[in-house]
Ligand binder design. Structure first.
Ligand code: SF4
Length: 258
C-alpha cells in the first residue's frame, strides 16, 4: 500500500485540489500517524499500522521550521496561496495547537499577508474551548462531517475515544457560519457492510444538519488515492453532482472534488 506520511513539520508546497498552492504544516510525529479517528479511507493508513512513540514537534520547532521555509519561499518562490494544517493525523490533538495557530497567523502576516490559513480537522475536539477559539481565527476552518448516522460514523470514521455526534453538531452550529463542512462520499464494502453514503437515506438527513449548521461552504469529495481498505470505491461524478445540486437548492455554496 502506498501510504502518504509527511516526515517534517513543514512540507510542500504542494498543489492541492481544493486549496491551491499549499504549504503543509504537520503537527504529528514524522514517523507515524496519530488521529482520534481511524477512517477506513484514510490516506495515512490505519492507526495500528503506523503506531509511533515519537514526540510531537514542539511549538518552537514548528515556528522555526515555518519561518525558515517562509524566508526561502520569499527569496525563491513560489508564494503560497494557503498554509494548510493537515499531515499525519488530526492537528488539533497537539496540546499547543492554539498557540501554534497564533504563531502561524503572525508569520503569515509578516511574510505572505495575502495567504490564507486553513485547518483540516475531524471536528472531534471542537468541544475544547482553546481548539474551538483557535479554529475560529483561521481563514478556512474545514471540519469533517461525513454523515449524521452514528452507526456509519462508528463503521467508517471509527472514533477511537468518546465521540458524541450531537455534541459535535452543536459546536459546529456555534461557529455561526464561520466554518466549512468537508464530507467524504464513497461506496463499496467494509467487513461485509455496504458503506455507500451517496443515497438519500444518508444524504437527506445530512443536508438537514448542514442547513442547521449554516456553514459558509461545503466541500464534498471522494477517494483520490489508495485506501487502507481495498474494497472501497469512488463516488461517481454524477453522484457528487447530484448532492451539490441538492445543497445548491438550499442556498448552500458547495464545491465537489472528483
Ligand atoms: S480524520 Fe483524517 S487523518 Fe484521521 S483517520 Fe480520518 S482521514 Fe485519516
Amino acid at each position: 500500500m502506498s501510504t502518504i506520511l509527511f516526515d517534517t513539520p513543514i512540507f510542500g508546497p504542494v498543489h492541492s485540489r481544493r486549496l491551491g498552492v499549499s504549504l503543509g504544516i504537520n503537527l504529528l510525529p514524522a514517523d507515524g500517524k496519530v488521529c482520534s479517528f481511524d477512517c477506513i479511507y484514510c490516506e495515512c493508513g490505519y492507526n495500528s499500522d503506523f503506531k509511533t512513540k515519537s514526540k510531537l514537534p514542539t511549538r518552537e520547532e514548528v515556528h522555526i521550521a515555518l519561518e525558515n521555509k517562509l524566508q526561502d519561499m520569499q527569496a525563491n518562490g513560489p508564494a503560497p496561496d494557503v498554509f494548510t494544517f493537515a499531515g499525519n493525523g488530526e492537528p488539533t490533538i497537539h496540546p499547543h495547537f492554539a498557540e501554534i495557530i497564533d504563531d502561524t497567523l503572525a508569520l503569515r502576516d509578516k511574510y505572505f499577508p495575502n495567504a490564507k490559513v486553513s485547518v483540516l480537522s475531524n471536528a472531534a475536539h471542537i468541544n475544547r474551548p482553546a481548539v474551538f477559539d483557535a479554529l475560529n481565527k483561521v481563514d478556512n476552518n474545514i471540519l469533517k462531517l461525513d454523515t449524521v448516522d452514528e452507526d456509519y460514523i462508528r463503521l467508517v470514521d471509527r472514533p477511537v475515544a468518546k465521540y458524541s455526534l450531537s455534541d459535535v453538531i452543536e459546536h459546529l452550529k456555534a461557529y455561526n457560519g464561520n466554518c466549512i463542512i468537508q464530507t467524504m462520499f464513497l461506496k463499496g464494502m467494509y467487513k461485509g457492510k455496504d458503506v455507500d453514503n451517496t443515497s438519500d437515506n444518508y444524504v437527506l438527513p445530512w443536508i438537514e444538519a448542514v442547513k442547521e449548521i449554516a456553514p459558509r461552504q461545503v466541500m464534498i469529495y471522494t477517494i483520490e488515492r489508495e485506501t487502507p481498505d481495498h474494497d472501497l470505491l469512488k463516488a461517481s461524478r454524477e453522484e457528487l453532482d447530484r448532492i451539490v445540486s441538492l445543497l445548491k437548492k438550499e442556498g448552500i455554496y458547495t464545491t465537489a472534488s472528483y
